[in-house]
Design a protein around this ligand. Structure first.
Ligand code: HEM
Length: 457
């Protein structure tokens, strides 16, 4: 007798705490992070549970082997879920939102621009932009006033990614770019969370404003692309690199529209993620004197007041451990999603085609099953022996498999540099009148920003 995949597999366990029609929608809408944490506690050994969000079938997957299966081993069976359609409104068909053979072609074209040797050329921009920002902060010291470090970091990381993308071409327009991008990111957050946002063709006030801000950005980006194409000069920035890249088989270069989509993607994927991480790192350091002292000691030994060079980055190992420990406790990408194309079996459980898969870095990376004192800030979690001994998918802040973050080395280098430059100049303390809480939007933000005070070192 022939057995079907389904009859051989275990049946998925369905969450008990669900309601007719709404499914688990009520609990999910109150806060997916809390819900995922509760599932890990209530069903510690399952690693996968099934529920419905209204009528949408969802599996929450929290066993590292099963996550590896989805992101890596059987990645061909999974695409990005419905919410990514919302991101397309601004990102178009760039690396984050494209699929299949088109995505693969683009990824191969762009990968060399993110090679470590290429990234080394951005060191001066990262150091220079960070130093410049610090000079403005001295006034906060004089007035002993706390200020929102998160907003400052959003500004700084946008300046860095803009200059790495376009050289100095966009510096006069940074304010306009920043205003439009900030608006678009807020609205994308709202649309991704919203149950059924109005389609873009409906002329609501918000839809029209989204289109207006998108046009502002498009004009700036397309003008730069057009000027580049006319110029005979060679440019060493990211745009210069990706404009030059040719398809190995056809010799084709990217069209202007495709360049626009990739640039917009790098703009958006490449600044808020890093801004969150550096903000959380400064907060964590302010809460742990022992780690902070060890960090300052390393800066003194390696740099002794100098600005970091490429060789120094190799030696700032504890600083890099702080970066990783921050991304463990406060992963900017706190949740990832996929949707199954065909039926699959995950850990022996039958998962039907069309099921949405959710995975949460935030929850796994603190789970006491995999981490000793999972909530504590301990950069020694990232000494080499411990790293080697761990399952690859109990720490995956940059995702995994073929769609692993293309900007991971870029952002690790940027975070290490920003921390080293800031740590040499200032000691940060948290302003206790401001309560720290999580704001899990598309990225994991600090709710209401992060108020801190500075002291010169
Ligand atoms: C702390 C900083 C960052 C974090 C935590 C982060 C996290 C991630 C994650 C989790 C993914 C995978 C998403 C998925 O598979 O669904 C991703 C993809 C991506 N990231 Fe990052 N990212 C960071 C910084 C950056 C930077 C600086 C850039 C560019 C300059 C960048 C560009 C991208 C792109 C283009 C993709 C799509 C890659 C593909 O699908 O081929 N990211 N990122």
């Amino acid at each position: 007798m022939q057995t079907t995949l389904e009859s051989r597999s275990k049946t998925l366990v369905q969450l008990k705490e669900t309601f007719p029609f709404l499914g688990a929608g009520l609990e999910y809408s109150k806060g997916p992070l809390k819900m995922f944490q509760r599932i890990s506690i209530d069903y510690p050994d399952l690693g996968i549970v099934f529920f419905k969000l209204t009528n949408v079938p969802v599996c929450y997957v929290y066993n590292p082997d099963y996550i590896q299966h989805v992101l890596q081993q059987n990645h061909k069976n999974y695409i990005k879920p419905y919410q990514f359609k919302q991101l397309k409104i601004v990102l178009g068909n760039g690396l984050v939102t494209s699929e299949g053979s088109f995505w693969l072609k683009q990824r191969r074209l762009m990968q060399p621009a993110f090679h470590k040797q290429r990234l080394a050329t951005f060191l001066d921009t990262m150091v220079g932009k960070t130093k410049l920002r610090l000079e403005n902060w001295d006034k906060n010291i004089a007035s002993n006033q706390s200020f929102d470090v998160f907003q400052e970091m959003m500004g700084l990381t946008l300046e860095i990614v803009s200059e790495c993308l376009f050289g100095t071409n966009v510096s006069e327009q940074t304010e306009v770019v920043s205003k439009s991008l900030t608006y678009l990111i807020e609205e994308l957050n709202n649309r991704v969370k919203g149950v059924a946002p109005f389609p873009m063709w409906v002329p609501t006030y918000k839809n029209l404003k989204i289109k207006k801000e998108r046009t502002v950005l498009d004009k700036i980006v397309l003008d730069i692309i057009a000027n580049r194409k006319k110029s005979t000069e060679r440019y060493d920035d990211l745009l210069g690199m990706i404009t030059e890249m040719q398809d190995a088989d056809t010799g084709e270069k990217m069209s202007d529209q495709q360049l626009r989509d990739e640039v917009m993607t790098l703009f958006i994927a490449g600044h808020e993620t890093t801004a969150n991480a550096i903000t959380w790192a400064l907060y964590l350091l302010s809460q742990n004197k022992e780690v902070e002292n060890k960090f300052h000691q390393e800066l003194k030994t390696v740099l002794d007041g100098r600005m970091p060079t490429l060789e120094d980055l190799q030696k700032l190992t504890y600083t890099m451990q702080i970066v990783h420990e921050t991304l463990r406790l406060y992963p900017s990408a706190w949740m990832m999603g996929r949707k199954s194309i065909n039926d699959d079996e995950i850990g022996g459980y039958h998962v039907p085609a069309g099921t949405n898969i959710l995975m949460s870095q935030y929850v796994i990376q603190r789970n006491p099953q995999f981490w000793e004192s999972g909530d504590a800030f301990n950069p020694d979690n990232f000494i080499a022996e411990k790293e080697k001994a761990r399952h690859k998918f109990v720490y995956f802040p940059f995702g995994g498999g073929p769609r692993f973050c293309i900007g991971n080395n870029f952002s690790l280098m940027e975070l290490q540099i920003m921390l080293a430059v800031m740590g040499q100049h200032y000691k940060f303390s948290h302003d206790h009148s401001h309560k720290v809480a999580l704001d899990p939007q598309i990225t994991l933000r600090p709710l209401g920003g992060m108020k801190m005070k500075l002291e010169k070192r």
